[in-house]
Design a protein around this ligand. Structure first.
Ligand SMILES: CC(C)(COP(=O)(O)OP(=O)(O)OC[C@H]1O[C@@H](n2cnc3c(N)ncnc32)[C@H](O)[C@@H]1OP(=O)(O)O)[C@@H](O)C(=O)NCCC(=O)NCCS
Length: 160
């Protein structure tokens, strides 16, 4: 395998691969963040997340470039999805579910007993997406976001 592909976790027939993010990917990730969220992560925060979680910050990439990313970590024996977004033009093509699948694999190989994430209660499309990935609503976190909106905490059990 060529050196530049040694970080690649998969090589599906679709031509989309998932690999660890690098600092050079941050500008593209910033653009996806900006088109996806009203309160996008700043470049500095994304760089900090990359240095904190170098193995849990993954990007999906094709010949067209980076199509999406996911940031995960393990806390207290459970997996946490810190962030996930796909390029607007690439949505509905399986990129988001591929990234979640890789995140679940990451959690399982580290013996996580479950996985959780927070999502805005107004983000109905993400809620439907995560339900399809097997996540279930656990509870509301009042005023979780900077603008005061509540978060829904979603949880996914992982079997041993
Ligand atoms: C949520 C998000 C990551 C999904 O990514 P994606 O690449 O479009 O997802 P996929 O193509 O893998 O979709 C997987 C499944 O979810 C479904 N799905 C995806 N978006 C959906 C939507 N808006 N409404 C209903 N179902 C949806 C797909 O139809 C697909 O179902 P299928 O497996 O039965 O065909 C993407 O829409 C996104 O980046 N949204 C903006 C950012 C965001 O809200 N992030 C999550 C907040 S934490």
């Amino acid at each position: 395998m060529p050196q530049q592909y040694s970080n690649y976790l998969t090589s599906p027939k679709s031509g989309v691969v998932v690999r660890k993010a690098t600092a050079g990917d941050i500008p593209r990730i910033v653009r996806i963040e900006s088109e996806s969220f009203k309160d996008p992560y700043s470049p500095l925060l994304l760089m900090n997340l990359l240095s904190l979680y170098p193995t849990g910050f993954l990007v999906a990439e094709s010949h067209q470039g980076i199509l999406g990313y996911i940031i995960v970590r393990i806390v207290g024996g459970k997996g946490h999805i810190i962030g996930l977004a796909t390029d607007e033009k690439s949505r509905g093509k399986g990129v988001g579910s591929l990234l979640v699948k890789k995140a679940m694999k990451y959690f399982k190989t580290r013996s996580a007993k479950g996985a959780w994430l927070e999502v805005r209660t107004s983000n109905k499309s993400a809620l439907r997406f995560y339900e399809k990935q097997g996540f279930q609503p656990l509870r509301i976190i009042k005023g979780y976001y900077g603008d005061g909106e509540d978060a829904l905490l979603l949880y996914h059990h992982l079997l041993a």
